[in-house]
Design a protein around this ligand. Structure first.
Ligand code: FMN
Length: 247
């Protein structure tokens, strides 16, 4: 395995950090490298808000559902879908813009996700760990106000970054078998249940034996609960308030 593959294959979300700053030049190197992520039509429809201020992190932690690691990490990044910059570009060119369809929302969300995964991977290659924080969408309006996000800019997820506390490194969370997610030529439904059952065994063993948060649960028991009820119903109204549409 080359170094990139090794780094990728060693990923785990890190939620416990040393009390050690990430030097600004290191962070800028990481984010600068991550910026080379591919981006739809080179629109680069994202912005990253770097938050280090303790009081602001505390407020964000609360808005993310009281996630302690948001307070404890030295750097919290908020990845936003951003068409504000494009709206400025269009103004400079005296052209109209139309953000009334689902497409720009997908474009900005995908762009934000691509750059964010690059940031995490680059950080991991520098011995820094982190975790995505989807909890940022629990209270999108309040987060948007706190970070003074303009029209056409919405938070997609946050990311805690910091040097891992080696006393608290979690075991790797196993993934589905490769064959479950990789289909040859056409979508293969035949063996999905078999792969899921195999994975249930693996995950049950992982939950039962991991060093913290031990419990007895399979993957299907865990994930089937997540989408029992509609989630984050406020998002549609919030996104509309940011002047996007759903046509
Ligand atoms: C978009 C996204 C949102 C996430 N939100 C949270 C979160 O709010 N809090 C948290 O502790 N972990 C969060 N995670 C981390 C996942 O729980 C984690 O990636 C997953 O369980 C797999 O574990 P691993 O990253 O250690 O392999 C999020 C991950 C992603 C990709």
């Amino acid at each position: 395995m080359n170094e990139v593959l090794k780094t990728m294959s060693n990923h785990r979300s890190i939620r416990h950090y040393l009390k050690k700053e990430i030097p600004n030049d290191v962070l800028e190197q990481i984010i600068g490298a991550a910026q080379w992520a591919s981006t739809s039509s080179n629109v680069q429809a994202y912005s990253i808000i770097k938050v280090k201020d303790q009081a602001r992190k505390e407020k964000l932690a609360e808005l993310c559902g009281n996630q302690q690691h948001v307070i404890n990490c030295p750097v919290f990044l908020v990845f936003c879908g951003d068409f504000y910059r494009l709206s400025l570009a269009a103004k400079m060119e005296n052209t109209e813009t139309n953000f009334d369809t689902v497409e720009p929302l997908l474009v900005a969300t995908i762009d934000a996700a691509l750059v964010a995964q690059n940031v995490l991977l680059a950080a991991e290659s520098c011995g820094i760990g982190g975790v995505f924080i989807g909890g940022i969408r629990n209270n999108s309006k309040e987060v948007s106000e706190l970070l003074q996000l303009p029209d056409y800019v919405y938070p997609v997820f946050g990311m805690c970054l910091g040097y891992p506390d080696m006393k608290n490194i979690p075991e790797q969370k196993p993934r589905l078998p490769l064959q479950a997610i990789l289909h040859e030529e056409i979508y293969q439904t035949e063996n999905q249940e078999k792969y899921i059952e195999e994975y249930n065994e693996v995950m049950k063993n992982y939950y039962e034996t991991r060093s913290t948060g031990k419990r007895s649960e399979t993957w299907t028991e865990n994930v089937s609960k997540i989408y029992q009820a509609p989630r984050r119903l406020h998002l549609r109204g919030f996104i509309e308030s940011k002047r996007f549409g759903f046509k």
